[in-house]
Design a protein around this ligand. Structure first.
Ligand code: ARG
Length: 575
């Protein structure tokens, strides 16, 4: 794509300035006020070398640069040289490029040859996959897609919470009160019920706790009977999680969760001891992080069993040795900030310099607004909303809205899935991830707000314009060379500029681990498209004008679909 900063730098360059072209490029600014141009080159710092007043330098630079390709005007104002993009030139470039690149517009290869790991979702097995998990799942999936789009070689890991003393309890409970049949019907809810029952019974029969501990020790030792049961619980849970992943169209390359590291930990406990980092505290082994204001990281319990942070240490080293990552990204709630700080500190103290390439990407809480009609289930931890129920409700509500609208020629069953689930995903990715937010159906499913349905609807609208043109005999697949002078209006220019900035926005969203940067840009594109659609007649009599405008509609449709895709959302042709 055309690089305007490069064009400016080439035009500004003069030997007398004592600056390389790249340096000039780095000085270029984007004025906040559009009336000052699309780009500005400041001349203050040249005063010394050139022994002239900055405004005079600006005047000379403007004279030298005016008439250069890509710019309609070059003006000097005080110490600045302002560059105004030639609208038709930009429109021609952008439309041609998008329409020739198609699906791959927005992608780049800045990360080529580098490995990135994105760890996300990571629910705990035999526990509800609830609405709180949606954030890690959806943000992580978007980050995977963004890193993939900018050329990294990405591995997706679901670090399942599939280990720990609770499995001792679950096994005991299942043996005492469980049945295979019951379990098969509704695994997670049933396991949860066993687990709850265990806690109730243990109040009266505390010896159950000992039995559970012993059972977990047998599990850690790999005893076949316990292992068999644990495997069964894991498989049943995973089957339930996979139902949700299928609805979201999300996959993973690895499900190596906490249990995967159970036999890899002794090495690190030895290593911590050798490096003099372990301290005994009430029978447990800890790393004292008080000097860093981070409390203590508990490495092994008094009974010798390992802990969450220990498994994370083993996981990080394993990943470094196995994948040799450039970056390892952990998409985990901000409630675990302390855990991740402690864990990074321990890795640093162990001398693993690459810990700086392990990035915790935190996010805020999601809560439910009062009176939202959604199924809740009570558990020991409180009332829980299953993610699957949220997604099903979204689909059903969308289908109701669509039926009310009596949309013609639309496969409501199929499209309501794409729109309902897309709406939930979009909402997740709309705000800065660190913010807490309140889930509300009115906001999620509003077809006119800054929502998924609004953007998808815009895509369907663009598709419909193209369909109409095709019915009238236009060859939409090949619009030929267009005359961009028909794309100079304010609304066309705003749209073109936003489309032009998509590739850099994708890079920025990936760099900042912030999919909302792309989501917001996409809303801007949708709004700009709708303004263009309302302001202008597209299917006009003048053939050249019609083709130019259709080319912009087609580019807009492509870009909207590509960006939705990067967020993990479908782009229906009709809705
Ligand atoms: N299973 C954990 C939970 O549900 C999240 C795991 C996060 N990842 C990690 N490497 N610690 O809270």
């Amino acid at each position: 794509m055309i690089d305007f900063k490069q064009l400016i730098a080439n035009a500004v360059y003069d030997e007398s300035m004592g600056l390389e072209v790249d340096e000039i490029k780095s000085w270029i600014e984007i004025p906040a006020d559009e009336s000052m141009g699309d780009y500005a080159f400041p001349c203050f710092r040249l005063a010394k070398v050139l022994r002239k007043a900055p405004p005079l330098i600006a005047q000379e630079v403007a004279e030298r640069a005016s008439g250069s390709e890509g710019f309609a005007r070059v003006e000097n104002v005080n110490a600045y040289v302002n560059f105004f993009i030639d609208r038709a030139f930009l429109a021609g470039q952008v439309v041609d490029e998008v329409n020739s690149e198609g699906d791959s517009y927005g992608r780049s290869d800045v990360g080529k040859g580098r490995k990135v790991i994105v760890e996300y979702s990571s629910p705990n097995i035999a526990k509800p996959f609830h609405i709180g998990h949606i954030r890690s799942t959806v943000i992580g999936n978007a980050l995977y897609k963004l890193y993939d789009a900018v050329g990294y070689d990405v591995t997706r890991i679901n670090h399942l919470g599939d280990y720990g003393t609770q499995f001792g309890k679950m096994i005991v409970a299942y043996r005492k009160w469980g049945s295979e049949e019951e379990l098969a019907k509704d695994p997670i809810k049933t396991l949860l019920a066993y687990y709850t029952k265990f806690h109730e019974e243990a109040k009266i029969h505390p010896e159950l706790e000992d039995e559970a501990r012993e059972t977990f020790v047998r599990l850690e030792a790999g005893e076949p009977e316990e292992t068999e049961l644990w495997k069964k619980f894991r498989e049943l849970s995973l089957a339930e999680f996979n139902r949700v992943y299928d609805m979201l169209d999300i996959t993973f390359d690895s499900y190596a969760g906490e249990s995967f590291y159970s036999d890899k930990m002794p090495r690190f406990i030895d290593e911590l001891r050798e490096k003099g980092l372990l301290v005994e505290s009430q029978g447990a082994q800890i790393v004292d992080l008080e000097p860093y204001d981070m409390g203590a990281a508990m490495i092994t319990k008094s009974d010798g069993s390992s802990l969450y942070v220990t498994r994370d240490i083993a996981a990080a080293v394993y990943r470094k040795e196995h994948y040799d990552f450039y970056k390892c990204i952990y998409v985990v709630a901000s409630q675990q900030n302390l855990h991740f700080k402690q864990w990074k500190k321990v890795l640093e103290l162990m001398g693993y310099e690459w810990e700086k390439d392990c990035i915790h990407v935190p996010f805020g809480l999601v809560s439910l607004s009062d009176g939202d009609d959604i199924k809740m289930m009570s558990t020991r931890e409180g009332r829980v909303v299953f993610l699957e129920d949220v997604l099903n409700t979204a689909v059903q509500k969308t289908a109701d809205i669509m039926r009310d609208k009596e949309t013609q020629g639309v496969d409501v069953e199929e499209v309501s899935k794409e729109v309902g689930i897309g709406a939930v995903i979009f909402q997740e990715l709309s705000n800065n991830r660190i913010k807490d937010y309140v889930f509300s159906w009115d906001k999620v499913l509003n077809f006119d707000g800054e929502t998924g349905p609004y953007v998808q609807y815009t895509h369907a609208r663009a598709s419909s314009v193209l369909r109409k043109a095709a019915e009238a005999g236009v060859n939409i697949d090949d619009l030929g060379a267009i005359d961009p002078k028909y794309l100079e209006s304010d609304s066309a220019y705003t749209l073109v500029k936003l489309i032009y900035r998509v590739p850099e926005t994708v890079v920025e969203a990936a760099d900042k681990y912030e999919p909302s940067i792309l989501t917001r840009h996409l809303v801007d594109i949708a709004q700009a498209f709708n303004k263009f659609y309302h302001d202008e007649h597209i299917l006009v009599d003048n053939e050249d004008e019609k083709l130019a405008k259709l080319a912009l509609v087609k580019a807009s449709k492509t870009v909207i679909a590509n960006c939705l895709g990067l967020l993990g959302i479908k782009a229906p042709e009709r809705m």
